[in-house]
Every structure is written in structure tokens, then in C-alpha cells.
Write a protein that binds this ligand. Sequence first.
Ligand SMILES: Nc1ncnc2c1ncn2[C@@H]1O[C@H](COP(=O)(O)OP(=O)(O)OP(=O)(O)O)[C@@H](O)[C@H]1O
Ligand SMILES: [Mg+2]
Length: 462
Amino acid sequence: MRILIIDDEDSMRHMLSVILKREGYEPVSVADAGRALDLLEADDFDFILCDIRMPGMDGLAFLKALKDRGLARTVIMMSAYGTFDTAIECMKLGAYDYISKPFKADEIVLTVKKAEEREKLKRENQRLKAEALEEYDFTNIYTEDGKMISILGLVKKVADYSTSVLILGESGTGKELVARAIHYGGARAQKPFVTVNCGAIPGALLESELFGHVKGAFTDAHRTKTGLFQEAECGTIFLDEVGELPMELQVKLLRALQEGEIRKVGDTKPVKVDVRVVAATLKDLKEEIRKGSFREDLYYRLNVIEIKLPPLSERPVDIRGLALRFVEKYSRKFGKPPKRVSEEAFAVLEGYGWPGNIRELENVIERAMILEETDTIRPKSLPIAGPDAGPRTTTVAGVAPSVSTATLPATEELSIKRAQEAMERDLIRRALEKTRNNKTKAAEILEISHRALLYKIKNYGL
Ligand SMILES: Nc1ncnc2c1ncn2[C@@H]1O[C@H](COP(=O)(O)OP(=O)(O)OP(=O)(O)O)[C@@H](O)[C@H]1O
Ligand SMILES: [Mg+2]
């Protein structure tokens, strides 16, 4: 990390340089703030240590100049006796921290470390944001299938508008992926994308999750809470599993959509919201309407644009390309070289029914990327290749319904803990088989420590 030190006192510059170098930083020091500005225009520094009282341009003027020139940096001010008020002034002008002179070596090191930590977080945040934009845009939805291509054409067209979109499709067909693409590919991309799983939150709680509540609205409402609708202001709210929405909330959602306003639980006055609603469900909503469990008027509100994603079995041309993309993805994720996929393996993939759709395909490839030791994925690396390849018992990234129920006793099928255990046990057993009981190698493949492996072997009675 490069640090720019600005101080008119030679001894101070020297001392700071020595301390910071010892800590592994790269300090550069200058005696006046004007010169510092020139340096900053030409060169990049991670953060700045700046004295407050200096002849010529002082610390305060320096901060202002930084701002004017658009050179936003993390700045730590050094205030000598009598400049405390100015230090506060500096913080108001955007300085990150200040330290009072005289200070001890470890004091300044601590302050700098804190700033470094923040700098890293800031960068990480920026990176994640850039990644989110990149990861979720349309280029990430792979397809060569004619029907899918025209569906994506529709998705792209609606992205820039604020109309409600309803996405239908079986589990794992990419509903959430499409919802994100609509958001990140549209005019609201820089604003929040908020996901709510309507099936996962109990009805009573869901209302306050969605719309918020005022203090005292119910026994546990100790303070006013902002709902997800308001958190998504100017952005998009993704109502996943919207078919699970209880009737009384359907009415309230309808009102939110119609009037563009919501009401917090326990509040009398409505609040205006500007939120785009994208909803998804694997249920047949028309059937739900017939059964009386979904409101027809809400359906038509949500369904301004309907996007129906075909199951993977209806777009077999995509299996090959998707498999290769997932090989790439997990090779990057695991830091391993990509693997080839043999023609026989492709035939197995293309011959399978994919009840769990793309998510299941992704899990199968992820698993093969972990367990296959050679550079080629073959039928035997795939848990779907028939009886010889072993039971279809594991998924790595999630618990695909088609897979988990095979291993788990019916009464426990919803326990994530048990599903994870079953998955772990199976992965370990396979890793041991592959390595002919070489535990060191098995631990490596499993990416856990040798000790953790020994413990798990004992624990699972393998
Ligand atoms: N066309 C595609 N190209 C690349 N990856 C895809 C595609 N469709 C889906 N995926 C991937 O498959 C996985 C499942 O997709 P997603 O979570 O969007 O499905 P879903 O329809 O929301 O499933 P569920 O109904 O179970 O919630 C994700 O990891 C997603 O990135
Ligand atoms: Mg989903």
C-alpha cells in the first residue's frame, strides 16, 4: 500500500517513513500540500497522512482542493495541540480519521491499519458491485435454443421499463437469473435489487418484512422497521415463490401495485413507493385461481409481461454448452484447470431427463469437477450415469429435490443439516474410493484438512 505523507516538519516525515516502512507500507513524503496535489494528479496513492497546520496551504485547504479536483482519497489528519477543532472540521470535509500529535509509533500504525482495512473493504465492495453488474447481465444467460432466444429478446425489451414481470418455470430453470438480468440490464441497475422468498417466511412475519411496521404495532415491535418494499426504493423487488403468498397479503400487494403505495403494519398513513415488481413461481397460477387460492386481479397485475422458461429437457441443444460453461465456472472457482468432457459423458448428459433442470446440471458438473481426478469428465464421473456410477445421492451446491429425496428418510427430507450430512458422507466415501483410502489425497480433493477428514470418517462411521 502506498501512503502519501504531507508534513512541513522534516523530523516528522522522517519518523513516519521509518515506522511505515517497517510495517511493510510504501511511504512517499512531501513537505507542502500544493506539491502533494501535483503528485496525486500524476500518481496513485492508497491513502494520505496529512498535517493540519502547515505554512502555505494547510490541511483544511488541502482537503478542499482534493474535493474540488475530484481526487477522493482516504485521508488521516494529524492534529497538533490546539488544532482539535480544526480536526473536527476536517472530518466534516471528508477526512477519514485524525490522530493527535505527539503520538507513539503503535498509535499511528493502528490508525493506518484501520484505514487500510477500510480501503480494502471499499475496494471489495466496488469489485462486488462491478461483478454483480457483470455477473447478472444478459450475457450470462446462456442459450442456443431458438425458443429461449426469443424469450430473452422479450426480457431485454422489458428491462428498461418499470412494468411488472411474472416469470414462470420449473425449479432450476433460471427464474432468479432472469429476474436479476431484468434488473441489472435495465434502467434501475444502480439501485437495489431486493429478493423476498414468499414461501420461506411465515405469513404474519411476511407482512412486516414486506411493508415494515411502526413501533408498538405488535408485541415484539420495539422499534419502527422499514420494509423490503421501501428498501428497494427506485430499484426492483423480486417476489420469489409468489404463489405462496397468503390471501390477505395478496390484497395488500395488489394495493401496492395499483396505488404505488404501501402501509406499514400498525400505521394509518400510506407511504409512496417507486418499486418495480418482478415475481416468479413454479406453480400454475391459473390453476391456483381456479382453486381460489390466488387472486385473479393480482395475477393480471403481476402478469403484465409473462415469461415462461422452458424446462431443460425441452431445450436439449443447450445441455452441452451449459455443461462447458459450468466446467469453466468451477474451474475458476476452485482454481483448478478446466476439464474436457468426453463424448460418452455428453451422451449421458444429453440422455438424462433433468427434473432439477439447470441447477441440477450445474450441481452434477460441480461435483464432477471436485471428484474427477483426471483431466476428463467421463460417464463414471457423473452420478446420473446409471447404476454403475453409484446412486444419485449428492448435490454440492444445494439440495436439488430430485436428488435429496433419494438419500433421505421421508420424515427428514426438509432438514438441511441432514441433507448436508448425507452429502458429506457420500462425498467422503467417494473420495476415499477414488484415492484407494489414501486419506491425505482424499482430504486434498475434498478441500478439507486431514484432521477434519479423520474426524468426519469417525463421525460417519466410514
Ligand atoms: N441459461 C442459463 N445459463 C447459465 N446458467 C444458468 C442458466 N439458467 C440457470 N442457470 C443457473 O442455474 C442455477 C439455477 O437458476 P435459478 O436459481 O435462476 O433457478 P430458479 O428457476 O430460480 O430455481 P428455483 O425455482 O428452484 O428457485 C443458477 O446457478 C443459475 O446461475
Ligand atoms: Mg429461484
